[in-house]
Design a protein around this ligand. Sequence first.
Ligand code: NAD
Length: 799
Amino acid sequence: MTSPIDRLFETLPWGPAPESAKDALRWLDAHGRRFGLFIGGRWVKGSGGETLATQNPATKEPLATVVQAGAADVAAAVAAARKAQKAWAALPDHARARHLYALARTVQRNARLLAVLESLDNGKPIRETRDIDVPLVARHFYYHAGWAQLRTAEFPDHGPVGVVAQIVPWNFPLLMMAWKVAPALAAGNTVVLKPAEYTPLSALCFAELAQEAGLPPGVLNVVTGDGRTGAHLVEHPDVDKIAFTGSTEVGRIIRTTTAGTGKKLTLELGGKSPFIVFEDADLDGVVEGVVDAIWFNQGQVCCAGSRLLVQESIAERLHAKVRERMEKFRVGPPLDKAVDMGAIVAPAQLERIRGLVAQGVAEGSTVWQPSWACPTEGWFYPPTLFTDVAPAATIAQVEIFGPVLVSLTFRTPAEAVELANNTPYGLAASVWSENINLALDVAPKLKAGVVWINATNLFDAAAGFGGYRESGFGREGGREGMYEYLRPAWERAAKDAKVAAPTARRKAARAAAARPAVDRTPKLFIGGKQRRPDGGYSRKVVAPDGSLLAEVGEGNRKDIRDAVEAAHSAAGWGRGSGHARAQILYYVGENLTARAAEFAARIDAMTGVGRKAAAAEVEASVARLFTYAAWADKWDGAVHQVPIRGVTLAMHEPVGVLGIAAPETAPLLGFLSLVAPAIALGNTVVAVPSSAHPLAATDLYSVLETSDLPAGVVNIVTGDRGALARVLAEHFDVDGVWFFGAAGDRAAVKAVEEASAGNLKRTWTSLVPRDWTDVKQGEGREFLRRATEVKNIWIPYGE
Ligand code: NAD
């Protein structure tokens, strides 16, 4: 006869283990369940009277009412942030560090309140808010207390950006807030934060706690409301930077609205991340990995491993194991500590998930869901597995943002990489194999900002997080995340300074006398060959006195297309060693030195700066080539100090194909100051030289040809910089565009930034003229950072 205890061991039943909501509800009640806006250190009423209700997704019960902030409310919040900014930035680093430390301690002291509030408002399990969200929030403030302390020492010659608008989504309300607020404050900025309309409560609670912890009024302001409030914030002229996390669709809108305004921008957007399983993987480990990848936070995770790519030989076995696990899965009240998955945030999201699942079925994929039913009192959705999915199927391409896993198969590692990268996104990836050689070979080939090996959804403040491609740009966390909230000190000074009038006219007569005869019409330089422009037109290059120096090709859309194709076919350049690239850059420098006098004469003839200044420009150009030859094998990544047993490698990878519009002035030095760092770090380039003074660049063709530079690494298309840069920005196979102009180029910069929204390519634009001969402005780490993406590869180890 079996005893009751034996029977318990056989059946392993468990009952509910509810967490109390008492304290969180008491906090809501203390506010009468109605919240104003948190501006300038106090609660203020909204000006318009419109409100929003938030509900508990697990019960559909109303929780509280918040303000739908209008333009006047947003303006008041921005004004409060502006008023507080100077004093906040002027605090000694140590004082700001103490404030951030106080915020970290506050989060820890109120950990349970925040965790429960987050679960109530969002529907996510208390197990996750308590053990993941809130500890990561505290960790983020601790880590950035450190950067605040080290700010001047580690980021010399940099200052805060100013007033920062931060807009976050509903899936990790508190964590996304911390990822934004902590670095912003550490760097000396003040903040206006807008939480998502479904989940405003934890941010409001945090703002109040921060105030109690002594944060000065106006340093952190919170405005609530939906997308309209977000749009007011984005459009406000006194905002210096926008940090946005949310959908790619809204990211595009924000990119377009901010085009040409000079506002700094970071976008953390959507994803469709691959979870790649090779046949030698530990399948039991994989199953638990799948659970964490796609059923963590009900699958409402930007970096969710939503595409299971599994090697054909083990697909059936793995699918069977996953189904077995799903059958035992527990979906239920989020405050029950024993549930795996809680509720979907809102009915609109639930409908979206249902709609996409129905479309998957209609398109012929096979759906599987467990036999049990979800609770009916809230917005619940069961874990779901799709098999027999074609790579082009809607469910394989579109971000579902729910607990829906889509499985595809592959045969070879090369096919796995191809499938993994078959998405416009590039946020994260996870690779499962017991063969570390294979995993480490695959990781760099994946277009993703984060790669986890035999793991998934690991986060830490020390390791930057952010995407490639249409998953956005910028990083949160790490040293790189701090740069998003800083700007070089010289920029502000230069903005106010008068640009010295060119001495061109004075020197014009002498330059005309020195100019070489009109002897030839330089063509374009594409794929290592000199090519006639497609349109058959040319443009005149004149000396300062108006006399004709030469004619150059007038590049058009077709020429840019050809140049981009050539740049892509030279992608092997990025896979070579830094040493190899350094050698070629030195060689270009050496060959340029041999023709220094000729280049100086050319520069003088075009610009009239005088022989001495022209010679100095050539000399500086050679030095710049040497600078980036030096950097080519020294722009190291890092091994981050994250709390796992293992290593997290931060690798610098080239952005890809860069379109570069060089400045009008300093026709050789400006051109090389941009092209050299780009190619030193493995990018290939389509460069548009100065429109007025292009001959320094066209003279470079023969230097490049004799310097062993592989064909297609540098392509040069002469013509109208503004028009050609726009074509580059519109091109879907260009990964980044740099445009260096002056005050008169505002319209061109706007056009470039607007056009870049198409595939969300990275842009680096400048309307503040640089002194290219000043090494602080003309070279260095800023250029290296812009020329690379950071990929963090997490490698836990141990038997
Ligand atoms: P969403 O883009 O609809 O909303 C995000 C935020 O933007 C909300 O606060 C919303 O009110 C605001 N907003 C909406 N329209 C706006 C506009 N025109 N101007 C300014 N603000 C506007 O996204 P969501 O549905 O709340 O969140 C889900 C998305 O967020 C998913 O695509 C997910 O992948 C992404 N996400 C990305 C990351 C990341 O780090 N990359 C992290 C979490 C979520």
